[in-house]
Design a binder for this molecule. Structure first.
Ligand code: PLP
Length: 395
């Protein structure tokens, strides 16, 4: 029997972070002590008032379908939150509640990707951008993200890649996997350049917008009126409110794209879990101190990780300005990045991800998620030090 599945699936990729997680768990089940700096999710519990709101919603009988776009009070709360934080005017009628941040990129890339179309995306970057672009048959055009720019994207380099075939430009700040934050001046330049390409859509992935350090401020692309009619905003609850497993995201879509996205929702998941939507509402309208507490804690860990990494033989690490990742340069260790990540897991019991899992420009780097406790982070750094020193001595 030969099932004739569509060829697009020969090209779809995945996220190696989940494979590393599975391997780390398997090693743990064999009794190995593994410190997981691989997966990108907060290690804090969801704040209790958010959990209670979901329980209450279920007790109150919110068991049924909701509108495909999400419940009205939640869409209003998202619009109010964007106004409170960025002064941006967003109509709740353009806000779509989706099951996780990923769904927005999936939908946006489906809308613009087809053979002959070009889509720009950050490299190294979140692996699903490229995977979905490949899936649609469009040409993936990597925007190199460089250490010498502090892992900010370069407006000039991005603009130079745009041509008449370009349909969509994806940007991400604060960024996965680098922790890079692109400064306002660079975003200003990008937007000014994009004004010359009025038929190109932009998807701004701002899922880490509240995890930003060293006094930097998040600059939302919502604040640029000249591109609002072609801007898709990706955001969600996963990282800000420690809600990765709830599958709660939202997007803002311009013009007819909103209805296209709504139809994709109707054709796939119908609506997001009703009780999770009430939890999302409590998150946005309730106290925000847990968000500030988590950001402070991540910041302390960030400093420990960067200092520790810079002490390791052959390793150097620029201080990430956002998210909860460090992306050290390991090219002087003598290891290829993926081989180093595997050896660290197998021999040192530290799970990290090789930079090439985030794109060709990730060679020479590994990603560490510091969404883990300070004692675990210190222990992991010690293990990495022992491992690299031992290997050095053996040479
Ligand atoms: N965008 C970026 C840059 C991410 O790193 C992630 C998750 O790791 C997502 C989107 C997806 O988030 P979610 O878990 O809400 O789908």
């Amino acid at each position: 029997m030969t099932l004739r599945t569509v060829a697009n699936f020969d090209r779809i990729g995945e996220e190696n972070a989940f494979a590393v997680l599975a391997r780390a768990v398997a090693l743990q089940q064999q009794g190995k002590d593994v410190i997981n700096l691989g997966i990108g999710q907060p290690d804090f519990p969801t704040p209790p008032h958010i959990v209670e709101a979901a329980v209450k919603a279920l007790r109150d009988g919110h068991h049924g379908y909701t509108p495909a776009t999400g419940i009205q009070p939640l869409r209003e709360a998202v619009a109010a939150d964007l106004h409170r934080r960025f002064g941006a005017t967003v109509s709740p009628d353009h806000v779509l509640i989706v099951p996780g941040g990923k769904v927005t990129m999936h939908m946006a890339i489906l809308m613009f990707g087809e053979p002959g179309a070009e889509i720009l995306y950050p490299d190294p970057g979140f692996p699903i951008y490229r995977s979905m672009i490949e899936y649609t048959g469009a040409t993936p055009v990597p925007i190199p993200i460089r250490e010498e720019n502090g892992f900010a994207f370069s407006a000039d380099e991005t603009l130079a890649l745009i041509n008449a075939n370009t349909r969509l430009v994806i940007v991400n700040s604060p960024a996965n996997p680098t922790g890079g934050v692109t400064p306002k001046a660079e975003i200003d330049r990008l937007v000014a350049g994009l004004e010359k390409w009025p038929d190109v859509a932009i998807m701004s992935d701002e899922i880490y917008d509240q995890l930003i350090y060293d006094g930097m401020e998040h600059v939302s692309l919502l604040n640029y009126p000249s591109i609002r009619d072609r801007l898709i905003l990706l955001n969600g609850w996963s990282k800000t409110y420690a809600m990765t497993g709830w599958r709660m995201g939202y997007s803002v879509w311009p013009g007819k794209l909103y209805d296209m996205a709504r139809k994709l929702a109707v054709n796939s998941y119908s609506c997001v879990n009703a009780s999770a939507q009430y939890a999302g509402l409590a998150a946005l309208t309730g106290p925000q101190d847990a968000v500030a507490m988590m950001a402070r804690e991540f910041d302390a860990r960030r400093k420990a990780v960067v200092a520790g990494l810079n002490r390791l033989p052959g390793v150097s690490c620029v201080a990430p300005k956002g998210a909860f990742y460090a992306f050290p340069n390991v090219s002087k260790t003598g290891w290829k990045a993926k081989a180093l990540a595997s050896a660290l897991l197998d021999d040192a019991g530290v799970a990290t991800i090789g930079g090439p899992d985030f794109g060709v420009h990730g060679e020479g780097y590994i990603r560490l998620s510091y969404a883990n406790s300070l004692p675990n982070i210190e222990k992991a750094l010690q293990r990495m030090d022992d491992f690299l020193t031992r290997r050095d001595a053996a040479r």
